[in-house]
Write a protein of this length. Structure first.
Length: 179
């Protein structure tokens, strides 16, 4: 996304059109993700204080919490908000062209906006599943990263998100039934 912004920005500058600093676009993007990181850290601390997260392997100690997280992730995958965010994330060039804002403030707002779309696309709720599989579990991180990659880059990504949503919700229901 940042490279797409920078490319469009260079072309605008070469044509003597208004352009915006790429660094500020990146700062806006990082601001969105930084805010999410703070929220995730606070959630982790809260779960640890409530003894719902193991301090040893950073996994949930509650099958009920795990079930609720899987169910929430599955249901979110099926929402129109998820699909709208996914559509924006799948086409960085369209985002830059359709959301262009001149100047430093515009670049920052564009970066923040796209960062929020990216979080809304799927990342925030799938990252919440790290509390189930282990925050520091490299295999679990790789699986979730592969899911995000498939949804964003493959032509059938929208359908994969829907199928994944049904599977995640079903697994969550199963965990809840067993707890």
């Amino acid at each position: 996304m940042i490279l797409t912004f920078a490319t469009v920005n260079r072309r605008r500058r070469a044509c003597a059109q208004p352009y915006a600093p790429t660094a500020l676009f990146a700062a806006g993007y990082l601001l969105a993700w930084g805010g999410f990181s703070v929220a995730a850290t606070l959630a982790q601390w809260g779960l640890e204080r409530l003894a719902l997260l193991s301090p040893m392997d950073m996994t949930t100690t509650s099958a009920r919490l795990g079930g609720l997280l899987f169910l929430a992730a599955g249901l979110y995958q099926l929402t129109p908000l998820k699909q709208a965010c996914l559509a924006v994330c799948r086409s960085p060039f369209d985002f830059v062209v359709n959301h262009w804002r001149d100047g430093a403030g515009g670049a920052l707002r564009m970066g923040l906006s796209h960062g929020l779309y990216c979080l809304g696309c799927c990342c925030w709720i799938l990252m919440a599943l790290l509390f189930v599989g282990g925050v520091m579990n490299p295999l679990w991180v790789a699986v979730l990263a592969a899911v995000v990659l498939i949804e964003k880059l493959f032509p059938l990504g929208v359908w994969m998100a829907r199928i994944g949503g049904v599977l995640l919700a079903a697994y969550g229901i199963g965990l809840l039934a067993m707890s």
